[in-house]
Design a protein around this ligand. Structure first.
Ligand SMILES: NC(=O)c1ccc[n+]([C@@H]2O[C@H](COP(=O)([O-])OP(=O)(O)OC[C@H]3O[C@@H](n4cnc5c(N)ncnc54)[C@H](O)[C@@H]3O)[C@@H](O)[C@H]2O)c1
Ligand SMILES: [Zn+2]
Ligand SMILES: [Zn+2]
Length: 402
């Protein structure tokens, strides 16, 4: 809360360059359209996607951009046309900025919303706090957030339970839920999850909850492996393609799992060319890098290649890790020969809310109440980002609490 001469200012996490986020004082958001609402944020996550923004997607950011797309809080102000929520309501805000009423939204493809699609950039629906490719909408790692589509976008949640129970509806839960749905594991089937960050970890929990009998997870970060083992995931303690593939083949009669979820994305380790290209981008002016990224891309496909190699013939690869770039080569001959199905995309948050929310109101079968490893004041964001990026101090999921 701000007072006195600062009453129109708030604190927010802002982007300043590669690996450089700060907590700055910026103008408060205001109602701009009659359907807007302003939400006072109480909890807001840091996501693996935020790491892309301070690394490989830096060329698409502008100094001062407000970060964050996993917020929840309390409605403080509503525009004149808003009837679905009122001041005092508790809400979670999806990371997709979706209208809820267009053709795509009606199809459940909220991340392709035709009202907020970025046609100039050639990309899908706008996202909170996510680059000029996705609308450059100020994000939710802040004291207040302006939310458009106040009648359809906010997810109303009941009072009485901690924020932790609901905050992951903004991203982690629907993303992991979609990853498992897209993986389409058959009855009695098997699933390998690459990457045991928040998204991979939650994907293993949801898969188990939905009845997948055997779930493996691969990563190298000891506390992430331990978390997965704690809920009966069989872990593979390596990210090297050869070793992961050998381990999972051994465990599945030489065949490979029915499905693989790639919950890694562009920050994969294990791709030497990629890291060279990656370092080079730091030296190239952004205007040129933007071009290089959209027409050429940066080779960071280590995890995806592992997924394609590990999955059984005729199996499915479900990609929730975010990728960018346009010319990274895929092993198309191998993919065709193995008859692989590939599904991917940003999560369509509202598509899965009716499946997930009632479960959260009833209880905590996925362990969300204890999912966060760190709950820290917004002012500590810089350190929290650094710890999450370096995977230090047991940092898996951080909730900032403005
Ligand atoms: N599709 C969506 O809507 C959506 C939503 C949220 C996040 N994401 C993406 O999901 C991915 C994961 O997010 P997160 O928050 O869990 O991030 P994270 O960075 O914490 O997790 C990634 C994990 O992958 C591991 N890893 C790296 N290389 C690997 C490899 N070759 N094989 C196996 N594991 C490897 C890392 O050690 C890390 O633990 C990111 O790419 C993020 O952008 C997508
Ligand atoms: Zn996210
Ligand atoms: Zn729409």
């Amino acid at each position: 809360m701000t007072v006195g001469f600062e009453e129109n200012l708030m604190r927010a996490v802002t982007w300043h360059g590669r690996g450089d986020v700060r907590v700055d004082t910026v103008p408060d958001p205001r109602i701009e359209e009659p359907t807007d609402v302003v939400v006072e944020i109480t909890s807001t996550g840091i996501c693996g996607s935020d790491l892309h923004l301070i690394d490989v997607l830096s060329p698409f950011m502008t100094e001062g951009d407000v970060m964050g797309h996993e917020p929840m809080g309390v409605v403080r102000e509503v525009g004149s046309d808003v009837t679905a929520v009122k001041p005092g309501d508790r809400v979670v805000i999806p990371f997709n900025v979706s209208c809820g009423t267009c053709w795509m939204c009606a199809e459940g493809l909220f991340s392709q919303c035709e009202t907020t699609q970025n046609r100039d950039a050639g990309t899908g629906a706008s996202l909170f706090g996510y680059t000029k490719l996705y609308g450059q909408i100020p994000g939710g790692q802040a004291e207040y957030l302006r939310v458009p589509f106040g009648n359809t976008l906010p997810i109303k949640v009941p009072a009485g339970l901690p924020d932790d129970r609901f905050v992951y509806l903004s991203d982690v839960l629907p993303t992991a839920w979609q990853a498992v749905q897209y993986a389409g594991v058959p009855q009695g089937g098997t699933l390998l999850v690459l990457g045991l960050g928040p998204i991979g970890d939650m994907s293993t929990r949801i898969a188990q909850h939905l009845g997948v009998e055997r779930v493996w997870g691969a990563d190298v970060v000891p506390d992430r492996l331990r978390r997965a083992r704690d809920h009966d995931v069989e872990t593979i303690d390596t990210t090297k393609q050869k070793e992961v593939v050998a381990a999972i083949r051994d465990a599945t009669d030489g065949r490979g799992p029915d499905a693989v979820i790639d919950a890694v994305g562009m920050e994969a380790h294990g791709s030497p060319f990629a890291s060279a290209a990656q370092k080079a981008t730091a030296l190239v002016p952004d205007a040129i890098m933007e071009r290089v990224m959209t027409v050429a891309g940066i080779d960071r496909l280590a995890a995806l290649n592992t997924a394609l190699e590990a999955v059984r013939r005729g199996g499915t690869v479900s990609l929730s890790g975010v990728y960018g770039g346009a010319t990274d080569p895929l092993p198309l001959m191998r993919m065709f020969d193995k008859q692989i199905q590939l599904r991917m995309g940003q999560a369509n948050v509202w598509r899965w809310v009716p499946d997930i929310l009632p479960m959260l109101v009833e209880g905590d079968p996925l362990g969300v109440d204890e999912f966060a490893t760190h709950r820290v004041p917004l002012e500590d964001a810089k350190r929290a980002y650094a710890d999450f990026r370096q995977k230090r101090n047991g940092t898996v999921k951080v909730l900032l609490q403005p």
